[in-house]
Design a protein around this ligand. Structure first.
Ligand code: URA
Length: 301
């Protein structure tokens, strides 16, 4: 029951966030009532069954959660300084992967028996998809975007006439942010993002993609910096730059999974059409018309 209510509330907050709302006023008495309700129902984390459908980029309202101070006020060390070896790109990427997988801080925050998630794809990829953080399935398999949102991303990539093997896929975070709530994932804190960003920057420096796709608000903030006026609703579909690389901000696939807006797929698809034009990928008339009418399946096959 409580989970349903919180799920609904999270969904509403996400809808607002995706529409560009960055602040909400919550009256003290409402906040207290919510906090008490959550505390009354909260179970220790070890008794929770991870919800595979819970997607990253699903920010629970952190203020209302019975959040232990340790997960909110983390004290991470200074972000790592990455100096890539003077070697060819494959060797650099292998070096970097080892650097991440043996990073003591990352391992300290990884859950026991789970994995850090480095990234996957082609070393010569033209397109670099960047998401937020691994979710339940990703930390189990050690690969980004393999859960429900990932399956949708794979279909989007295939609709572009590509495959996961031809692009590169990574996240801002290399570990799954610990769960401070009994009901799901949370977005990373700024401190967590700052710690992991040098790894992502190094991945970008090795892959040297022609374009970056920033999937969702966290990826946009991580790559472009914090700017409350730069909401996804405003900037999706408008080219930005990261270190002189054209960057296309767009919606996170988990937003499509949640959204009741029948146009949501088309909106994201139009951002991808712009990207395909930019790098001169062939676009068939059929591809141009994908998702003009609501369709049950994003897979064009
Ligand atoms: N959401 C993300 O942002 N990244 C993943 O790897 C999976 C879900």
């Amino acid at each position: 029951m409580l989970r349903d209510i919180l799920g609904l509330m999270t969904q509403c907050l996400n809808e607002l966030k995706n529409e560009g709302v960055t602040h909400l006023v919550v009256e003290e008495k409402n906040l207290n009532a919510l906090t008490q309700a959550v505390r009354a129902h909260a179970k220790p984390e070890t008794t929770q069954t991870p919800n595979p459908a819970a997607n990253r980029a699903t920010p629970p309202p952190p203020e209302i959660a019975p959040t232990p101070a340790t997960t909110q006020t983390t004290t991470l060390p200074q972000p790592p300084r990455i100096e890539l070896p003077q070697e060819e790109p494959h060797a650099q990427l292998a070096w970097l992967q080892k650097r991440v997988l043996t990073c003591p801080t990352c391992n300290e925050h990884k859950r026991p028996s789970k994995q850090l998630v480095f990234g996957t794809g082609a070393i010569n990829a033209e397109i670099f998809f960047c998401g937020e953080a691994p979710g339940a399935e990703e930390e189990t398999r050690g690969e980004p975007f393999v859960g429900p949102a990932g399956q949708l991303l794979t279909k989007i990539i295939e609709a572009m006439g590509l495959s996961r093997e031809k692009v590169y896929i990574a996240n801002i975070m290399k570990w799954r942010p610990e769960l401070p709530t009994p009901y799901g994932d949370r977005p990373p804190t700024r401190e967590e993002m700052a710690f992991c960003l040098p790894f992502l920057h190094a991945q970008l420096a090795i892959i040297k993609p022609k374009v970056i796709v920033a999937l969702g608000a966290t990826a946009i903030e991580g790559l472009l910096g914090h700017d409350p006026s730069r909401t996804i609703g405003k900037i999706h579909g408008h080219w930005q730059k990261f270190n002189s690389i054209p960057l296309m901000p767009t919606y996170h696939p988990s937003y499509l999974l949640r959204s009741k807006n029948p146009q949501a797929k088309r909106i994201l698809w139009e951002d991808m059409l712009l990207l395909m034009e930019h790098i001169h990928l062939p676009i068939s008339p059929r591809q141009r018309n994908f998702f003009l009418a609501p369709q049950p399946n994003i897979n064009p096959a």
